[in-house]
Design a protein around this ligand. Sequence first.
Ligand SMILES: [Zn+2]
Length: 141
Amino acid sequence: MNAMDQGKIRCYKCHVPMDVVRMDYEARGVIVKDAEGLRCPQCGLEAFTSPQARALEKIIYSLAPPIRLTRKISSAAGKKPVVYLPAELLEAVGARIGDKMELCVAGPGRILMELASAEDVVVNASDFPSKKPALRTIAPA
Ligand SMILES: [Zn+2]
């Protein structure tokens, strides 16, 4: 290992230092072009560091209104499980009664629901410069 490779993240398969590269990232219907990530020069494995992943999540969340609600699974006639969807939520994604929704398991404890007609959104990572937290000026008392 040469001095340049010290501190670099290593591929968990090949144990060689991974290169910092630009690549596309896709999650929840958003494709972020030219995002910073890591690639193993030997096996091609692609990964993101935690800060890189957080920056990508920020981009994805910035494209939709930040609505988060809690609803209980209840049962209607027929004893089938029902989750009431508030109009605010449907409006935010442009869904209407009668629209088809696709549901899938998105991970442990997670169900993802999307409009069947939803199309992927493509953005460039460079359009979302990472911002340092703004300093707040506190007025003297
Ligand atoms: Zn590798």
